[in-house]
Design a protein around this ligand. Structure first.
Ligand SMILES: *Cc1c(COP(=O)(O)O)cnc(C)c1O
Length: 339
């Protein structure tokens, strides 16, 4: 491992280190070692990947003297829910800008949005068009908060910026220790697979692997947009993080960003029966519950790629379970027919 990394300030929110579980039955069937990094176990109400990023974002918010955090996402955003809960724990207010088709008639509270409300978050419903210009909405809401004497701190979508990326740099340090405990240790070539939605998890993983000099290939399955979009978004976060924190590591978009495109399916947060069937099958084979929006699609993509080319990811795979379980409940109607 390289010298000790100097992390920005962090507040502890996540239950880490998370376990690394082997999926024994699936490994036997696939003829590879398949592990799952259980970042769905970072918490119960804080479950998932966002809380790792929020540890750094909230530390910055508090150091800036903020009393309210502003963030955004889809109506079932795991990130918004984790932000709302973390804000309560740290004594801050939260205001969530959530995307819905009709803001005058928002859907009833369920899954993540139920937890948002339970945690007392202010919710601002916006249309998909308004969400496209969320920079303006953030400014408008921040101005409103300042006018009533509050001090807002803006956390961008998914906390996917250079401060949030530290959450997954730190996760790679944890993964390096996990690898030491496996046969072959950390020298054995390993592929890490994750779902990419706003890019910050991928960026942190890529930077962490470079910083800690691991023999690891990070592969991200996009669940929205396309490959070009994610190379740009992840590339920008990596470059900004390297510049802002003088990391001095050689990063090359073409070499270091690996996106597997083709598994968005019907669109962001829209499920196909084969994806929901896979969630059922993984639950029944391994007792692991994937989510329909992110991990279910990424896992589906991973298996399809392995079907096409069994050695495509080498002998050892670590799938990052980034959480999302609350997004399953609003799909109950759709899933029931498959159970
Ligand atoms: C947000 C999210 C992701 C994607 O992570 P990004 O850093 O936004 O790319 C993956 N899985 C779950 C469950 C998420 O909530």
């Amino acid at each position: 491992m390289s010298e000790k990394i100097e992390y920005p300030p962090r507040v502890k929110l996540a239950n880490t280190p998370t376990p690394l579980d082997m999926l024994g039955r699936m490994s036997d069937k696939l003829g590879v070692e398949l592990y799952v990094k259980r970042d769905d176990l970072t918490g119960v109400e804080l479950s998932g990947n966002k809380v790792r990023k929020l540890e750094f974002a909230f530390a910055e918010a508090i150091n800036n003297g903020a009393d309210t955090v502003l963030t955004c996402g889809g109506v079932q955003s795991n990130h918004a829910r984790a932000t709302a809960i973390a804000a309560v724990k740290l004594g801050l207010n939260s205001r969530l800008i959530l995307r819905v088709s009709d803001p005058s008639n928002p859907p009833s509270y369920e899954g993540n949005s139920l937890l948002d409300k339970l945690a007392g978050a202010d919710i601002v419903w916006v249309t998909p068009d308004e969400y496209e210009n969320r920079g303006e909405i953030f400014e408008r809401e921040a101005d409103l908060l300042r006018k009533i004497g509050q001090k807002p701190y803006i956390i961008p979508e998914g906390a996917s910026n250079s401060i949030g990326a530290w959450g997954y740099i730190r996760a790679v340090e944890e993964l390096a220790r996990d690898l030491d405990d496996l046969s072959g240790g950390r020298d054995k070539p390993t592929t890490i697979i994750n779902a990419a939605g706003s890019g910050g998890t991928s960026a942190g993983l890529i930077l962490g692997v470079l910083l800690f000099g691991l023999n690891v290939n990070v592969v991200s399955v996009n669940v929205c947009n396309d490959k070009d979009y994610f190379v740009r978004v992840i590339g920008d976060i990596c470059e900004k993080t390297i510049a802002n924190y003088s990391l001095g590591i050689p990063f090359l978009r073409d070499r270091d960003i690996n996106i597997i495109d083709g598994y968005v399916g019907k669109g962001y947060a829209i499920s196909r029966p084969e994806e929901l069937n896979l969630i059922r099958d993984v639950a029944r084979t391994e007792g692991i519950v994937l989510d329909p929006v992110y991990t279910g699609k990424a896992f589906f993509g991973m298996l399809k790629e392995l079907e096409r080319k069994p050695r495509i990811f080498g002998d050892r795979i670590i799938f990052i379970h980034t959480g999302g379980i609350f997004g399953l409940f609003p799909k109950a109607g759709e899933m029931s027919a498959l159970l």
